[in-house]
Design a protein around this ligand. Structure first.
Ligand SMILES: [Zn+2]
Length: 96
């Protein structure tokens, strides 16, 4: 009972550790790490819904299916806040 429950969505948990990544939801929406980290309860709720029924009735869906690094696309932007996803070189250390 005292142990914190692990996050349901491992992709969202990974983005929490690596905020330079962005997420993609099962409805195809690109979501920046800021929106993902600001909406963790919603992501958990939609992930739970997907795991129990196989679908998310909410639209847009916040069930994060995958994450990636933007290595080359200067026009890639978040579907939710419309901010540009910064280009990040995977091999480079944080340097700002
Ligand atoms: Zn965003």
């Amino acid at each position: 009972m005292l142990a914190p429950s692990p996050p349901l969505n491992p992709i969202a948990a990974r983005i929490k550790r690596q905020p330079e990544r962005y997420g993609v939801s099962n409805s195809g929406a690109v979501l920046c790490s800021y929106c993902i980290l600001s909406n963790m309860p919603l992501i958990e709720e939609h992930t739970k819904s997907y795991l129990s029924s196989g679908l998310v009735e909410a639209d847009p869906s916040w069930f994060i299916l995958s994450s990636d690094i933007n290595s080359a696309d200067p026009t890639l932007s978040c579907s939710f806040c419309a901010n540009t996803i910064p280009i990040t070189s995977e091999d480079q250390d944080a340097n700002h």
